[in-house]
Design a protein around this ligand. Sequence first.
Ligand code: PGA
Length: 258
Amino acid sequence: MTKQRKIIVANWKMNFGVKESVVFISKLKRLLTKKEITKQIIICPSFTSLFRVNQLIGKSSILLGAQNIAEVEQGTFTGEVSAKMIKEVGCQYVIVGHSERRQKLNETDNQINAKISQIYKNNLIPILCVGERELEYRKNLTAKIIDNQLNKDLKNIKINKKQKLLIAYEPIWAISDGKSAKSQPTIEEIEQTHKLIFKNLTKKYSSAIVESSCRVLYGGSVDVVNIKQILQSSLVDGVLVGGASLKVEKLVQMSTLV
Ligand code: PGA
């Protein structure tokens, strides 16, 4: 798992309409041509920008992800967007279970579980976010919370060697408000939680599948100043970046740092 290229997921959240996305991606492609890209870049724009961003990234090494999908296949669900629809516009990945959706939109583990089923049915790859709140962290409940989320979110989800499963450990208290960074766990704490995630996955899937298919990312105030240290750990397969991914120069810097 550590021999593969590390991953950088840009989670744009509810920022950038089509025009701004086009400006960003055009500049990103231009800047990246002059550099050596050391990470697998996955850009996750808003639904409305997906089609256009897909056209723009074309056959470049940038991959596309959505920030959410519906938990059902199709039908009378006004305002929802299905896995099949985002697949049609070029997505390969879907962020699922982000804490902002869990907390602000009351998304439940049952819904997240149903979304992951939809993701695999449509040959997409989930980026499942898990993480504890500040109080839970202070009460030493991180392991319990993460295990519980993984058990519920991945209930009855089978994967084979050809499929991929990305887990993003995102302590809720470390996620920035989009403007300024928050305090972060130490690298030892991140590693401890990543170990626990791998252990949990090994109870669900064979070691061979975990080795070939599962990768664990870290997210929460990742920026140019701390990405290198975080990615130095062999237990961290990549990062999920919010606020800092909105600045094209920063994203370029983070994607090209060794
Ligand atoms: P942040 O966001 O990098 O702005 O902390 C990360 C995330 O919420 O995915």
